[in-house]
Design a protein. Structure first.
Length: 241
């Protein structure tokens, strides 16, 4: 696991965008694993700048997002689908048909999970997966206690995660109680992973991930068993390491 210590959010975002842009340029048909949340927003901003400057094109790229709320339609402002188009896809040349997120309004949830995993497999697997980290060490929506072998599945969100994500909703009641998430098994099959973290609220999770044992109680700890992980974190997120 390589750790890149940066001074702040902007530097983290820039560094992440450089790594992703490099893989997009190098690989013939890059398969990107993408994340939502406040953490990768800056990275998307820098990637858009690179695209506008003619430095990178996403025309041959495919993307798979980590997770999506169940019950929110693609055009719901709080859906991850909406976030991705608003913050990234609408501003670059990725083809709409190459963009994949779990379908938040699917009726057969089990089948939707199987289909999503199959699509990733058919695409040849994820080349580079971008991850944020939850304050409790979750990745995607894999909450503490999730078996490491899980594939894409439906999760009941913990109260702390709903609370943390409620800032985007007008009230806590509106935050969905369930979500689709790629499982740890799916995430660990990515050829390369970059995990981004900034701010004090992540310091505890980052310290546990780096210094503690590999345990399902801290989902991100499994990343220590992956051969190609880069953590890009700012000084605050690394303050307890
Ligand atoms: C959510 C997402 C995760 C994300 C995490 C941290 O629960 N499902 O993919 O990494 O929150 O979010 P933020 O980047 O806003 O701190």
């Amino acid at each position: 696991m390589e750790i890149i210590r940066v001074k702040d959010y902007e530097t983290m975002s820039k560094k992440a965008s450089e790594i992703v842009a490099d893989r997009v340029k190098t690989l013939e048909n890059p398969i990107l694993g993408l994340a939502t949340g406040s953490t990768p927003e800056g990275m998307y901003r820098y990637l858009i700048e690179k695209y506008q400057a003619g430095e990178v094109s996403f025309k041959s790229a495919k993307s798979f997002n980590l997770d999506e709320y169940i019950g929110l339609s693609a055009d719901d402002k709080n859906s991850y689908n909406y976030y991705m188009f608003d913050k990234f896809f609408n501003h670059v040349d990725i083809l709409k048909e190459n963009v994949n997120l779990p379908n938040g309004t699917a009726t057969d949830l089990k089948q939707a999970c199987l289909d999503y995993d199959q699509k990733i497999k058919d695409a040849g697997g994820i080349d580079i997966q971008v991850l944020g980290i939850g304050v409790n060490g979750h990745i995607g929506f894999n909450e503490p206690g999730t078996p490491f072998t899980m594939r894409t599945h439906v999760v009941d969100l913990t109260e702390s995660t709903r609370q943390a994500n409620s800032i985007y909703f007008s009230s806590l009641d509106e935050v969905p109680t369930q979500a689709f998430t790629m499982g740890i098994g799916t995430i660990m099959e990515s050829k390369e992973i970059i995990l981004l973290a900034y701010g004090e609220s992540k310091a505890n999770a980052i310290a546990q991930m780096l210094k503690g044992e590999v345990t399902e109680d801290l989902p991100a700890s499994i990343l220590k068993n992956h051969p190609n992980v880069t953590v890009i974190a700012d000084e605050k997120a690394l303050s307890l390491v």
